[in-house]
Design a protein around this ligand. Structure first.
Ligand code: NAD
Length: 257
């Protein structure tokens, strides 16, 4: 039985990915923010979905020592991490001149550096097994930019570079490293930025959805969390063994423009 670590899996896309792995009979280490009662209920629910075991680790993705502990616990509990999904991420929408320095640092830490810390911990075990999958949940903003999202766009472009560099390093070890670049997915992360975007652009919240978010998504529909989870499971499968150092966009055509 394989073991997957999914960072930031108490909500949104990460939760859908953890759910899909649990259903497929994979051991899963979930992680993210949330009260102990909430995460325990979630853990139990996921464990009930399939034959695998599900454990929760509360590592804060801004803290390298906690990330190291998450990876160490996953390895000792399950004898190694086969699949690593770097999903934890936050957003902050603000003009560059008003962008809070601490938000910049936090976004770079969670959306970029945490993946360096999980990957460097996971690779030795994957090399020993001669099999591994690293899947980084990047974004369309890893490929192109939008205004007022300097830290997020910088971090997501950074994760694309990390993906390609590590893929080359481990290409002969049976390990693939890829990114998924979703367009707009209606999760709590997106819902939270609607009021800020409305304020930054001086428009209504309804206009943010129609004129900003879905304006560039040619399908005019939000992507679902389940679509991102399905692509993650595909990249984690043996069928995807020759796909490495690249990305799959799930953006309704956004970056084709
Ligand atoms: P979300 O807010 O629903 O979930 C984010 C998860 O990260 C939660 O489980 C949260 O607890 C966790 N998290 C936040 N800070 C953390 C920290 N310091 N330590 C540990 N965990 C932390 O967001 P989402 O939309 O599901 O986003 C998931 C990923 O997908 C992010 O990397 C995001 O950038 C990316 N993404 C989202 C969209 C979208 O439209 N929603 C589009 C492209 C990419």
């Amino acid at each position: 039985m394989k073991t997957a670590v999914v960072t930031g899996s108490t909500s949104g896309i990460g939760l859908a990915i953890a759910t899909a792995f649990a259903k497929s009979g994979t051991n899963v280490v979930i992680n993210g923010l949330g009260s102990l009662t909430e995460v325990e209920a979630l853990r139990e629910r996921l464990e009930g979905l399939g034959a695998g075991k599900v454990i929760f680790h509360p590592a804060d993705m801004t803290r390298p020592a906690e990330i190291a502990d998450l990876m160490a616990v996953a390895a000792s509990e399950f004898g190694g991490v086969d699949i690593l999904v770097n999903n934890a991420g936050i957003q902050h929408v603000e003009k560059i001149e008003d962008f809070p320095v601490e938000k910049w640092d936090q976004i770079i830490a969670i959306n970029l550096s945490s993946s360096f810390h999980t990957i460097r911990a996971a690779i030795p075990g994957m090399k020993a097994k001669g099999w591994g999958r690293v899947i980084n949940i990047a974004s369309a903003h890893g490929l192109i930019a939008s205004p007022f999202k300097a830290a997020y766009v910088a971090a997501k472009h950074g994760i694309m570079g990390l993906t390609k560099s590590v893929a080359l390093e481990v290409a002969e070890n049976g390990i693939t490293v890829n990114a998924i670049c979703p367009g707009y997915v209606l999760t709590p992360l997106v819902e939270k930025q609607i009021p800020d975007t409305a304020r930054a652009r001086g428009i209504s919240e309804a206009q943010v959805k129609s004129d900003v978010m879905l304006k560039f998504q040619p399908t005019k529909e939000f992507v679902s969390v389940e679509e991102v989870a399905s692509t993650t499971l595909f990249l984690a499968s043996d069928a995807a063994r020759s796909i490495t150092g690249t990305h799959i966009s799930i953006d309704g055509g956004w970056t084709a423009q």
